[in-house]
Design a protein around this ligand. Structure first.
Ligand code: PEP
Ligand code: MN
Length: 449
């Protein structure tokens, strides 16, 4: 028996069209957009409602301190980089971090990629000028091309279809990698042994050998390693481009309720979380678990008003607040926010994004971050929650599985000059494979303090 949707619920899914929507492109051809929308609406969902429900349960557990979320991936995925190697390396990095964190926190780690749909970017300016030529800013592969030509920068609705198909093939590979034995605990553990065998990372040897002993103990006890051959891996992206999210929203036949089936988890960005704006309205009407970025200007009242709009009944796991204050501010600003929300009583899951509050420009002109600032914000996040007796529920990281040089520092000491070697991101700088693993090991050190 399938449950029919309430006509008012259906109509509500288009209410955002009458509201101010930040960060949307100016499509040059509305008819072409309409045609693409109809096509997207007819294509199969990328994820299933039941999977999003399961994730909501895991996020609720993270909010209670019974699990820990690790969400990671590119700032902006690109179509060109959706290759088997790139996807495999990113999954591998996240799984390796997850094993370390599972051990360090003694908790199940919920694994989520900023993957299979992270194609739309908010920008601080609508236009970009180079050598006297002004063109629309790059808004992500789902909207326009990075190349600085009028043709590439003109928003093209066909890109929505390419985003859908690239997400589908990415998800297909994610599902294959995470259920086909590639993700087995023993294998991931072997990769981590390879990492810590490098003398540059000798600092982490002790934790690595503890993990090794724990795994040998499990084996000796007859642990069912077959059961550890598959992992759940969830997809997520910023729910920014409403012309993409709307046609991928489907009615769940079990309940008659709408789910945004472009990803398991969508987050509302720091620039589009206005209470009376289109994004908050839209996501209030779908059932997925939601993230909301909270930057340094967020007040406790803002957070409560967002809960009123997006989770009035206080359903556990529905809202994850992803705080991104900056290393210098997190200890000052986070406590008031957490206290106010905690006093309200409706549960939320607190996650730290130590990336977006820590941007700097290097002396050599690159948009970068310091690894030490990233770690300092993570440390501040744990300190604040420890002091308040609240739960640090997870981490949200921009990373890649490759050896890029975009973030300063780490044991390999990438410096100003070193950034030029392999600076490949089109938007924000990402931790490379080694820096990502270092972060995981350093989080274990923090948890022990
Ligand atoms: C991002 O996550 O890439 C991003 C733009 O974040 P924020 O909304 O926190 O600035
Ligand atoms: Mn980013």
């Amino acid at each position: 028996m399938s449950v029919e949707p309430d006509p008012q619920v259906l109509a509500g899914l288009d209410a955002w069209r009458g509201l101010p929507a930040g960060q949307q492109p100016q499509w040059p051809d509305r008819d072409a957009l309409e045609r693409v929308s109809s096509r997207l609406a007819a294509l199969p969902p990328l994820v299933f409602a039941g999977e999003s429900d399961a994730l909501r349960g895991h996020l609720a557990a993270a909010g209670r301190g019974e699990a820990f979320l690790l969400q990671g991936g590119d700032c902006a995925e690109t179509f060109a980089e959706a290759t088997a190697d790139n996807i495999r390396n990113k999954i591998k990095t996240i799984l390796q971090m997850a094993v370390v964190l599972t051990y360090g926190a003694s908790l199940p780690v919920v694994k989520m990629g900023r993957m299979a749909g992270q194609y739309a970017k908010p920008r601080s300016s609508d236009a970009e000028t180079r050598d006297g030529v002004t063109l629309p800013a790059f808004r992500g592969d789902i909207i326009n091309g990075f190349e600085f030509t009028s043709e590439a920068r003109t928003p093209d609705p066909q890109r929505l279809l390419e985003a859908y198909h690239t997400s589908a093939s990415t998800l297909n590979l994610i599902r294959a990698f995470t259920t086909g034995g590639f993700a087995s605990l023993l294998r991931v553990h072997e990769w981590n042994r390879g990492f810590t065998a490098n003398p540059a990372y000798s600092r982490y040897e002790e934790i690595a050998s503890e993990i090794d002993r724990a795994i040998r103990f499990m084996a000796a006890c007859g642990a069912d390693f077959d059961a550890l051959r598959t992992v759940d891996f969830y997809s997520s992206h910023e729910g920014l481009l409403l012309d993409y999210e709307r046609p991928l929203t489907r009615i769940d036949s079990r309940t008659g309720l709408p789910y945004d089936c472009s990803a398991h988890f969508l987050w509302i960005g720091e620039r589009t979380r206005q209470l009376d704006g289109a994004h908050v309205d839209y996501f209030s009407r779908v059932q997925n678990p939601l993230g909301i970025k909270l930057g340094p200007t967020s007040t406790g009242d803002d957070a409560l008003a967002l809960i009123d709009r997006l989770n009035p009944s206080g359903e556990p796991g529905r809202i994850t607040f992803i705080t991104r204050m900056g290393a210098g501010k997190v200890r000052d600003l986070l406590p008031a926010l957490v206290e106010k929300v905690t006093a309200d009583g409706r549960p939320v899951t607190w996650v730290c994004d130590p990336m977006h509050g820590n941007g700097i420009t290097s002396a050599t002109g690159y948009k970068t971050r310091r690894f030490s600032d990233v770690m300092d914000e993570v440390a501040g996040f744990f300190e604040v929650h420890r002091a308040l007796g609240t739960v640090p529920g997870g981490l949200h990281i921009e990373l890649t599985g490759d050896d890029v040089t975009e973030v300063l520092g780490g044991s390999e000491e990438i410096d100003d000059e070193g950034l030029a070697r392999r600076y490949e991101t089109l938007v924000d700088p990402r931790l490379n494979h080694q820096q990502s693993l270092e972060l995981a090991f350093q989080v274990v050190e923090l948890l022990r303090k």
